[in-house]
Design a binder for this molecule. Sequence first.
Ligand code: HGY
Ligand code: MN
Ligand code: MN
Length: 411
Amino acid sequence: MSSLTINADRLLGRIAELGSLGRDTQGRLVRVAASDMDKLGRDRLVGWLEEAGLDVAIDRMGNIFGIWQGDADAGQEAVMLGSHIDTVIDAGIYDGCYGVLAGLEVIESVKEAGFAPARPLVVAAFTNEEGVRYSPDMMGSLVFAGGRDIEEALASIGTDGSVLGRELERIGYAGRHQPGFLKPHVYVELHVEQGPVLEREGIAIGAVENLQGISWQRITIDGVANHAGTTPMSMRQDAGVAAARVISFLADRASASPTPTVATVGTIAFEPNAINVIPSRAIFTIDLRDPNEMHLREAEAALAAFLDDLAASAGVTINAESLARFEPVTFDAGIVSLIEDGARAAGLSCRRMTSGAGHDAQMIARIAPSAMIFVPSRGGISHSPDEFTAADELVAGANVLLGVAARLAAD
Ligand code: HGY
Ligand code: MN
Ligand code: MN
């Protein structure tokens, strides 16, 4: 199988086609989990899986699996490839989709070449990897890996007040299989880097050996609404100003830190949200990350202490609710080495690296040896319509995935 390569035109064409599905009236890609837009992508993917002759299985979390048993013995655990096809708001077309479609392409290419791997090959598309509508992110793979109770996950309330389980039923993806019905032997996820490292160093392939810890919180600050014109600054309990102090504290602390800690406030809302009313309430989210668990805990502790002091000094009350908390993950060293070997055999430069983004692989690593392959992101940009990876880089990454999958499926 070492001479085998993927069908580049088919892969690139599918990435473009999937990227065209689920766009709003402004042309933004918005295939947010379990939405009608998400259904458009899901339906197209299932069509491709069926056209490829794979058995399609959907579990109760809406996770989609394309299974090729081939000539493998029934008891053999599968080599699983995959990622996600749900997107953030105004997304790029590669995040997640590339890994799912490359996984499908690998299986189709092996099938068409007449090879009969010793193990079944499976491609997975996990539900709600992005966590934009329902927290936490990587929810579908987390439940599949046994890290979250299925009933609890299906009862998740979205940012729009929807209930995940009902939405999956509504779009026709409340599958019958129990999460975990399929135990992977190994899992390999191909993904665009979404960061600047590979491009900056001129390296073609990232062999991802670990992934940083993630802490998501929702902060609610309650002050006192009052007249913007008549209330002296010394008499205000301004939830908006308090929120601004938290955002500045987080950015200043992370920027000054000697560790690679990153901090982001991606959403914020004021109440009553009127130009001439001092905000009585501010609700916002905090995304803290660090590859080192101790440093992440230190960042969380520093934030908690700052919030306590701020509540006292600003005369506001502050509530912090945890939305997601995942410790850093180390991937399987053996698979990481296979990725390096595969890249070198293809004449591609390769380096080991840490993933700054969360991925389904960090969840599947709980139940099977897992690792990731990265390809460069132009300008390090992602979670943006400007996300881009060149065709030759996409094809190179998919061929490395093919080589690694073939090695893993051989015995
Ligand atoms: O948040 C993340 O890192 C991923 O895109 N869900
Ligand atoms: Mn992703
Ligand atoms: Mn993403």
